[in-house]
Each structure stands twice: as structure tokens, then as C-alpha cells.
Design a protein around this ligand. Structure first.
Ligand SMILES: [Zn+2]
Length: 173
């Protein structure tokens, strides 16, 4: 969904042709969580059309993210299939990705996939104790961390005290 208020965190293309290219690139999914598109993740940053040269900019969710190479290849393939055979995909590391770039759709899809979405960053300057991580299976807030690292380094492993199910928490960063 396109939000009415455009912020820097969620850049949008400016022309109709760039929009069309954006929409093709936006069909590429995260190989680790295939329900999430790179648009949901906020990984898709910019589409630039200069003459017939297409350039797409993406930012990995964390540095050294192994999924970024697969995403880059998938964007090139998707664009080639839709008539843009010479697209360039640049990996942009600054500004660094933050969980704030994850869309509301993306958060809902993560939870439906069984991964607790990152809790929003605290703005009151308080220390985030990791409280209030909701179990994606039963919705209970009675959860606790088992390990700082889950199935990948950007996730932590939690267990629900109510339904006893373990789950990944997509860490805020
Ligand atoms: Zn539970």
C-alpha cells in the first residue's frame, strides 16, 4: 500500500515509468522470509531511469546480509523479463537500514509468518528492555528470550510462556 504521507524512510518513484519499474522490482521477495517483498522490508530504496538506463538502489537489512546478493539477482531477472535487460542494481549501505523502514504490511506479514515484528523504537529516551514482544502464535505478551540469535543474526530466539512455542523475533535496529 502507498501511504498518503511520503517520508524519506519510504521513498517513492517520481515518474510513471519509474513507478512501473519500481513495481516490477517490488515483486522480489526476501529469500529468508518469502512472504515479504523488498518493498515491505524497505530494502528497495530508489529507481532511477536515465534515458533507457535503469538503476535500482537497495539497502541490506544488516551489513553482511547474505540475502542481498539473491535479491540483487532476482531484481535483474525480474526487470529483464519485463523488457529492461540492462538494469544495474546498486547496493547502498548509507544511510543504514533500520527496522523503522519496515512497512505496516511487512510487520503484519512477519507476524503471520510466525516471526514477531520489531517493536517500534522508543522515542522517550528510555532503555529498551525488550519487553512486550508478542507471541506470533497466540498473541501472549508473556514471552522471554532464549538466545540473542535465532535462525539468522538479525533475529533473536524467544519462547512463549503461555503456548510454549518458540519463535523468532526480528530484532529492532
Ligand atoms: Zn504463544
Amino acid at each position: 500500500m502507498v501511504s498518503a504521507v511520503e517520508t524519506e524512510a519510504r521513498p517513492r518513484p517520481t515518474s510513471a515509468r519509474e513507478r512501473a519499474i519500481w513495481d516490477i522490482a517490488a515483486t522480489v521477495v526476501d529469500p529468508e522470509v518469502p512472504v515479504l517483498t523488498i518493498e515491505d522490508l524497505g530494502v528497495l530504496r530508489r529507481v532511477v531511469l536515465d534515458g533507457e538506463q535503469v538503476t535500482v538502489e537497495i539497502t541490506p537489512t544488516y551489513s553482511g546480509c547474505p540475502a542481498i546478493d539473491a535479491m540483487r539477482d532476482d531484481i535483474v531477472v525480474a526487470l529483464a523479463r519485463h523488457g529492461y535487460p540492462d538494469a544495474t542494481v546498486n547496493v547502498v549501505l548509507a544511510p543504514a537500514w533500520t527496522t523503522e523502514w519496515l512497512s505496516d504490511d511487512g510487520r503484519a506479514k512477519l507476524e503471520a509468518f510466525g516471526i514477531a515484528p520489531p517493536v517500534p523504537r522508543r522515542t522517550d529516551g528510555g532503555v529498551d528492555l525488550g519487553l512486550g514482544i508478542r507471541c506470533p502464535h497466540c498473541g501472549s505478551l508473556h514471552t522471554r528470550a532464549i538466545s540473542a540469535f535465532g535462525s539468522t543474526s538479525c533475529k533473536a530466539l524467544y519462547v512463549c510462556q503461555r503456548c510454549q512455542e518458540p519463535f523468532d523475533y526480528f530484532k529492532q535496529h
